[in-house]
Design a protein around this ligand. Structure first.
Ligand code: UD1
Length: 419
């Protein structure tokens, strides 16, 4: 099994280009079932994307990955379509459940494996199914599978989500795309990745508008034979490197191919902690904080502080003066990185949903184990600031979501290698 070895306490400087967003690409790939031909650019070549492409191939679409250009071409010639998403492809990547909306909308039936448990919590799909039922689908759960059917097609309606879910909003949009009439979705997630999916669906011919947390989508008004879409940048990858720079960039570290307007909240949080940040239209330059200030944060749906940056922020707060608190308000079990960080010297206590971090503490290298995607990258950050050598096991989690992590960091002078 592969491991990462990091030699810590090295200054970072240089330039990092941010990849396309994994969490935007996944629903767009699911949406490509609704198109005849789609060319998707700026795709991050990470494990979850390959799994989704495998799922599209299984369903009967023709896909081509042009690795050198980060492009995926997809054709749906409507031959031998299989409206099934099997367990083996959904179990490792929860976003597989997003093909449910597209298949049901276009082919009026689907059998999709339940995604099952996950390290960061139970992560049910009840909100996805709630929306599909409102659109007229008949749904049964049997043998670990969701059986969905809409013999006469789905019908547009008004749906108010009882709580905010990224995946359920995406699945509802995909299902509503070909539903008869207009669908109004209320209390939606409005993450930038959802806005990117809306852009893609607009190119497909949908009439969509977004106001506050309400999305209105109506029947397909025109068929576009070929769609070209450039995926938005990965704001979580960006946030991760911004945190690394705040910790270690004594000179400047510039992060490019981004739009700072989308991450206003994250920038404010880092500025409060002490990061020295200069913004341009499509890049930011960060210098290490002169003093690290403690803060209190609660993770929230966008535009709030993202749960996907919680673990990385915690590493930063181990260096802040005084007590910081992070309340995890999205997932019930997302502090798996805490015992590993404690093994490196961090002083963190968990009370219910809140992690209480006492700083500043010197972190020292240790052998640690990655538990999920974002927890893994927090251990990389801890390794980068820690004294001596850190060995990170189970790094397959990292490969699910960070494109060229080692080479990007190496270019900025980090000592990191995979064995
Ligand atoms: C997406 C992101 C993930 C991110 C999360 C929250 C992708 C591929 N993944 O995951 O990286 O951490 O948003 O920003 O985009 N819930 C229910 N019932 C449901 C669905 C969700 O109770 O049917 C709960 C979840 O357990 C969680 C909360 O709602 O507590 C938010 O989850 P959700 O927004 O759906 O996350 P995902 O779409 O799975």
């Amino acid at each position: 099994m592969q491991k990462l070895i990091i030699k810590g306490s090295r200054e970072l400087s240089g330039k990092i280009s941010i990849s396309g967003s994994k969490n935007a690409t996944l629903p767009i790939l699911a949406a490509s079932i609704l198109s005849n031909q789609a060319i998707i650019k700026n795709v991050p070549l990470v494990k979850d994307i390959f799994t989704m492409v495998e799922l599209l191939n299984f369903i009967g679409l023709k896909t081509k990955i042009i690795k050198k250009k980060n492009i995926i071409e997809i054709k749906n010639n409507e031959k031998n379509i299989n409206t099934l998403a099997p367990y083996k492809l959904v179990k490792t990547m929860r976003a597989g459940v997003l093909v449910l909306g597209s298949l049901l909308s276009k082919y009026r039936k689907a059998k999709v494996s339940l995604p099952g448990g996950c390290a960061i919590g139970t992560r049910p799909v009840d909100l996805h199914l709630f929306a599909l039922k409102k659109l007229g689908a008949k749904i049964k759960i049997k043998d670990g599978y969701i059986f969905a059917q809409a013999k006469n097609g789905l019908k547009g309606t008004k749906i108010k989500f009882p709580s905010i879910s990224v995946g359920a909003t995406e699945n509802a949009l995909l299902a509503a795309f070909k539903a008869k009439g207009r669908t109004i979705l209320k209390n939606c997630a409005i993450e930038p990745e959802i806005k990117d999916l809306i852009k893609f669906l607009k190119k497909l011919g949908a009439d969509i508008s977004l106001k506050g947390r309400t999305i209105s989508i109506s029947e397909n008004i025109a068929k576009r034979p070929k769609i070209i879409h450039h995926v938005i940048f990965d704001r979580i990858e960006l946030g991760t490197y911004m945190i690394a720079s705040t910790l270690l960039a004594k000179k400047n570290l510039t992060i490019c191919k981004i739009d700072p307007k989308i991450i206003k909240n994250e920038l404010n949080v880092l500025k409060k902690i002490g990061a020295q940040i200069k913004q341009k239209k499509d890049s930011i330059t960060i210098k290490k904080a002169k003093k690290f200030k403690n803060i209190n944060i609660i993770t929230k749906p966008y535009p709030g502080f993202p749960t996907d940056l919680q673990a990385q922020l915690m590493v930063l707060l181990t260096q802040a003066n005084g007590i910081s608190r992070i309340k995890e308000d999205i997932f019930e079990n997302r502090f798996m990185h805490v015992p590993e960080l404690k093994r490196m010297g961090a002083q963190i206590e968990i009370k219910d949903k809140t992690a209480i971090i006492k700083g500043p503490t010197k972190l020292t290298g240790a052998e640690v184990m990655a538990t999920d995607l974002r927890a893994s990258v927090s251990l990389v950050l801890a390794g980068l600031i820690g004294e001596n050598r850190t060995i990170i096991n189970r790094i397959y989690h990292l490969d699910r979501g960070y494109e060229n992590l080692e080479s990007k960091l190496k270019k900025c002078r980090a000592k990191i290698k995979r064995i």
